[in-house]
Design a protein around this ligand. Structure first.
Ligand SMILES: C[S@@+](CC[C@H](N)C(=O)[O-])C[C@H]1O[C@@H](n2cnc3c(N)ncnc32)[C@H](O)[C@@H]1O
Length: 312
């Protein structure tokens, strides 16, 4: 709790502008104070989920550990925390939307010591730790609008938020990201999709369940394919969409085993979605998950990530 209080006061100090000299930092300093608090939640099959939000994945310690593991996996695979061609000297303000445990924010703050790095999330889940002085965490729902003035950030980053964004809210979200980005600044989105290559029968069944359940709940797991076009329709320049195919399972050695572990830790969190939308029962769900894991051990499965970036 001590660490949390320290960080609350850091965020509050930041928001009232202590030590702000850069004009864009001062613009941020005029924003209202934000307090960090636990959001309302419900327990489903021993996992904790937020209520009154659109976010479908659990929000608990198991998930926080998975997000950290996933962060280190992605860093290992991409060899970087970002792909947009940032000019380091010109980046003074960075925003991470849906920052999760804040690992990305903290690493970026160390890599860009001259910049202020902000993380915003529905609920902040960073364990107490010493933070770099140029980091601030805020609590907020991007779907209700970002608590920042227009043209504030030189770089806006959002990673793996698709299960928090109903299909009809994507246009508003993208407009918000664009609104808070400074002219010449970059926006980068990184998403996983529902695309697997060489999936076995159990994984194919699970993907079919997932697609149907998302559709019924109003989510579009295939939105990633269209992100490039959506960026262009926002008027962004130098838009680039890259797909990244990565191995799942032992055939992909260390990286493949890491992704297998990550996916097998992600799927159980989707149970409430599949149960509510398709009436899948727990026993059936667990049998399919066990079979998917077995398939991943012996087949050459690949998974696809999507990265899109563009300049305002
Ligand atoms: C799958 S996690 C990814 C976390 C982090 N971006 C990463 O890559 O490690 C998605 C995060 O987005 C947050 N989130 C979901 N919907 C959100 C919203 N509407 N506004 C702000 N944060 C949101 C969740 O609380 C969760 O921490």
């Amino acid at each position: 709790m001590d660490g949390q209080e320290t960080q609350v006061s850091l965020a509050q100090r930041e928001l009232v502008g202590v030590g702000s000299t850069h004009p864009r930092r001062q613009a941020i300093a005029q924003q209202p104070t934000v307090r960090l608090a636990q959001a309302s939640s419900v327990a489903v099959f021993a996992r904790r989920y937020l209520i009154d939000t659109d976010y479908l994945l659990p929000k608990d310690l198991i998930e926080a550990n998975r997000l950290d593991f996933q962060h280190f996996y992605l860093k290992h695979v991409l060899k970087s925390n970002y792909l947009a061609p940032l000019n380091k000297e010109q980046v003074h303000t960075i925003l991470d939307v849906g920052c999760g445990t804040g690992r990305w924010v903290i690493e970026m703050a160390r890599a860009f010591p001259q910049a202020r790095v902000y993380g915003i999330d529905l609920e902040w889940s960073t364990p107490p730790q010493k933070l770099p002085p140029n980091v601030a965490f805020l609590q907020g729902d991007v779907l209700e609008g970002l608590p920042f003035s227009d043209h504030t950030f030189d770089y806006v980053h959002q990673r793996l938020l698709a299960l928090g964004i109903p299909a009809k809210k994507w246009p508003f979200l993208l407009q918000e990201l664009q609104r808070v980005t400074a002219p010449g600044g970059w926006i980068e989105l990184f998403e996983g999709g529902d695309t697997f290559v060489n999936a076995g029968p159990a994984l194919r069944l699970f993907i079919e369940w997932y697609r149907q359940a998302c559709k019924r709940a109003g989510y579009d797991p295939a939105i990633m394919d269209r992100l490039g076009n959506l960026f262009q329709s926002l008027g962004l320049r130098n838009v680039r969409l890259e797909t990244l195919s990565v191995p799942v399972g032992p055939w992909g050695r260390h990286e493949g085993v890491m992704l297998q572990k990550n996916l097998m830790a992600t799927f159980p969190g989707l149970f409430p979605l599949l149960q509510q939308q398709l009436n899948i029962d727990e026993r059936q769900f667990n049998i399919v998950l066990r079979e998917i894991n077995r398939e991943m051990e012996i087949m050459q499965v690949e998974y696809q990530y999507y990265v899109v970036y563009g300049q305002k």
